[in-house]
Write a protein that binds this ligand. Structure first.
Ligand code: SF4
Length: 512
């Protein structure tokens, strides 16, 4: 005991007031292979002419766009997304201080640069970064894995506008207006003559105001029920305003079903992450990416939640970036549509894209079901099917359908001659008449090609690599980078956020 007390604790020399706490250059404090060095090297190599064209010239001096770009990209690599936190990092963190050359842009400058200067030019910057990686032999752009994810918008959950509600509310006004018109015709038909049309299929505020004024005038000298008077006053006061509001809302909605009042570009969609487990729709965006070896090669933001419809534009934006299409494209069944198969063929892209039922049709239960269209005998030469009872199902006509994107599909219709009294009828079909088949031969042809391709050795390899490639990228961004909700509002700004995330993801991966 006595011995241990006689020994003094030993501390390292500590003098917070020494003249120079930091070495003469921060360079010494940055490890050789640190990701911040890659950010600097890559941004120094890219051409920023398009970004420079956003500066008007003259006036006060601005921070150099390359410095701000480096700082923001490194912030996204460090999971820092808020402009105030980036401002604070530039003042405290030696990596940021090294990148900024000790300059200290404030959060307004950072945010203005992110939302205004990068608008419309970031995608090109992103493409240049990818091409630098291609030149360095880190990645190639010949084979891509495509997938999408939905990310919540920076919007309140309860500020929704539903397309269906607008239709319902307009219908209610039409019905009630019709009732008032019919009542007025019953009481004052003569006074109403030639004043207005008597049906209200299409209405707007002007038409409604005119109609109500006509009814009021026609009923002015008539004994009218108090209830009707009240209704007319209410209609005059509220309906035109409501119709103007619905018109403006429909314009904002475009071809979507909904939008959020806090971020009008965001659409309500079902998210994978449903912590409340109540299937609640949330305002969000559909983020599509193409990857190769877990590097992001292309990205786009869409307002509709359906992956099938996004593929054509996504492939086109790939071409815009690299002046070429990928040679091989792998995607899950969400992208398997006739339109997409046609497009891949036209662009000579070797697609490995499943379709619905791809897995189901491999199962014994499916293969052994003789009543399924896929398992019926088809005579291609004479164009007829044979049903399980051996009856010929002749072609009786054809029909056309348009998909949501406007793509036209052709269907051939076949019908059995007589299903009455067939012992297999309850197993075969449920219709009251003879069984009818509607077959899209072009789609069947594409499916057959795809089925064979997906089962080849190469197909199996791509299929097993797909989740480990593209899905892992989304997993990394959502869980490791903790990016689960957008910070900015509006489609253009959200596209900047995902662009910065994509550059950050690629550079961090390159550093690893
Ligand atoms: S119900 Fe009609 S189509 Fe089906 S097996 Fe019998 S005859 Fe053929």
């Amino acid at each position: 005991m006595g011995n241990s007390k006689s020994k003094k604790p030993v501390f390292k020399a500590y003098n917070p007031d020494q003249l120079s706490l930091l070495p003469p250059s921060l360079e010494e404090l940055i490890p050789e292979n640190h990701v911040v060095r890659i950010v600097r090297k890559v941004v120094d190599q890219i051409n920023i002419d398009s970004l420079l064209s956003k500066y008007e010239g003259g006036g006060c001096s601005s921070y150099h766009p390359k410095m701000l770009l480096k700082v923001i990209i490194y912030a996204y690599i460090s999971n820092i997304y808020s402009s105030r936190k980036i401002e604070s990092s530039v003042q405290r963190d030696i990596h940021f201080m090294w990148l900024s050359g000790m300059q200290r842009p404030d959060h307004n400058t950072i945010n203005r640069f992110r939302t205004n200067k990068l608008k419309g030019v970031l995608k090109e910057v992103f493409g240049q970064v990818v091409l630098l990686m291609v030149d360095a032999g880190v990645v190639n752009i010949k084979r891509v894995f495509v997938d999408g994810t939905k990310i919540e918008a920076n919007a309140n959950k309860y500020t929704f506008v539903w397309g269906k509600s607008i239709v319902r509310n307009k219908q209610r006004i039409k019905d009630q207006l019709q009732e008032l018109w019919d009542y007025a015709q019953g009481v004052a038909a003569e006074e109403l003559q030639d004043n207005n049309p008597t049906t209200y299929e299409e209405i707007d505020s002007e038409k409604v105001s005119k109609t109500i004024a006509s009814i009021n005038q026609a009923l002015s000298n008539k004994p009218v029920e108090k209830k009707v008077k009240q209704k007319l006053n209410y209609a005059k006061r509220t309906w035109p305003k409501a119709l103007d509001k619905y018109k403006a809302q429909e314009q904002k909605m475009g071809d979507r079903n909904s939008y959020s009042k806090t971020d009008e570009d965001a659409t309500f969609m079902r998210m994978k992450e449903d912590h409340m487990r109540n299937g609640q729709l949330k305002a969000g965006y559909n983020w599509q990416i193409s990857t190769s070896d877990q590097f992001i090669l292309n990205y786009d933001i869409y307002q509709n939640p359906t992956d099938t419809l996004t593929l054509p534009k996504h492939i086109e934006s790939f071409k815009e970036l690299y002046q070429t299409y990928p040679e091989v494209l792998v995607a899950d069944a969400g992208y398997g549509s006739e339109e997409n198969y046609e497009l891949l063929d036209k662009l000579k892209i070797e697609g490995y894209v499943k379709y619905n039922y791809f897995h189901k049709e491999q199962k014994k239960k499916y293969k052994d079901n003789p009543f399924l269209v896929a398992n019926l005998f088809y005579n291609k030469e004479k164009d007829f099917y044979v049903c399980p009872m051996g009856q010929r199902m002749e072609k009786i006509g054809s029909s056309k359908r348009k998909t949501k994107s406007g793509f036209e599909q052709n269907y051939s219709v076949y019908q059995a001659k007589n299903c009455e009294g067939c012992p297999m009828r309850s197993l075969c079909h449920k219709s009251k008449s003879d069984r009818r088949l509607s077959v899209n031969h072009n789609l069947q042809k594409h499916k057959s090609v795809m089925r064979q391709r997906l089962k080849t050795e190469q197909g199996l390899k791509h299929r097993s690599q797909r989740p480990a490639d593209v899905e892992a990228v989304f997993g990394n961004i959502k869980h490791n980078k903790n990016f689960k909700r957008f910070y900015l509002r509006g489609k253009e700004k959200v596209a900047i956020e995902v662009g910065l995330l994509a550059i950050a993801h690629n550079l961090a991966k390159m550093a690893n």
